[in-house]
Design a protein. Structure first.
Lengths: 194, 194
């Protein structure tokens, strides 16, 4: 049973997957054909190897520059700053936002040793050229998100750029990734100066 | 994003994993190192390729005969019949059972075209040599499990083997008030002297 136990343990390291679900998934895989399992395994490896951070906004992409940053239809005067690539997908689903993004890959968390150098803040500051008129901070409504919002607002204040934050229509304590589209759209609409 | 979408879709085919969780898992994988992802991918393929059905009891094993069937400490006069390999693990965890197992890999379901030839019933019948004194039917308390229990009890009745089923009743720790009618009816029906 060693081969099964290994897979169960690896499944259990994934978020939201406990030991029981991990076991269930492993036995589901055993019921699939060898071809199906190989297809799944190589899709995982192919994804990991082909996807890297966009050289502009740091979201995950399989190109050098992601499809948002390279689109001619986006408003280049607004940058929406989020914590994770999944947050980009969530805001894109609202269909209400036409600006660019910047993905920090985390939020400031001094207790865990996550300082400004551990997340993509330097890359954001480099992007704040004169054509950028507004930075929208769309970080998670958590302590870390709040700390990061305050930090970025202080960093951008000398630059003569409007710095806003999404309204706290997002329920406190929840994950931005799982907010429903209407709530996210409201939050974008109701952004206020920091 | 094609590579990510492919992985999201494949994750979403797994049981208990919806679209949102699938997306979260895919992005979690993207945050892992290439080595970690390759280890996960090859563990899946290795498991699928090394594990097959035990030639005796049909559970999943990476040997020809599983560790229960090959153990000298098990009571070979009792066979417990279950639907899935995960059921074997569940019963093993009780620590109370010292007999052998037989895994059907499903239950009879005429509506879905699952007849006796689609599950491992022939393999069970071949095992009912004279040293087997009891067959315990431990199938799921569902319509399909019930049909299979009745079928197997009829198949074993001419063989002079004791055929039992696990008790159906109120689960330990549950509230009598919230037990459903069918469960309560079975519990009353199956009452035993204190």
């Amino acid at each position: 049973m060693d081969a099964i136990d290994t897979v169960v343990e690896l499944f259990a390291t994934l978020p939201t997957i406990g030991k029981k679900t991990a076991r269930r998934l492993a036995f589901h895989v055993l019921k699939q054909s060898s071809e199906e399992v190989e297809r799944f395994a190589s899709a995982l490896v192919a994804m990991r190897n082909s996807v890297q951070e966009c050289t502009v906004c740091c979201t995950f992409t399989d190109q050098e520059v992601c499809h948002v940053c390279s689109s001619e239809k986006r408003d280049r005067s607004i940058i929406c700053v989020v914590e994770q690539p999944t947050d980009v997908l969530a805001i894109e689903r609202t269909g209400d936002y036409r600006g660019l993004y910047h993905v920090l890959h985390g939020a400031l968390n001094p207790l865990d040793g996550i300082g400004p150098d551990e997340i993509r803040i330097a890359q954001l500051m480099q992007r704040l050229a004169p054509e950028v008129q507004e930075v929208i901070l769309a970080l998670n409504p958590t302590v870390e998100g709040e700390v990061t919002t305050q930090y970025l607002s202080r960093m951008t204040s000398p630059l003569n750029i409007r710095c806003t934050r999404i309204a706290r229509g997002v329920p406190i304590g929840a994950d931005l990734e799982f907010a429903d589209d209407a709530t996210l759209a409201r939050a974008l609409e109701g952004r206020i100066p920091v």
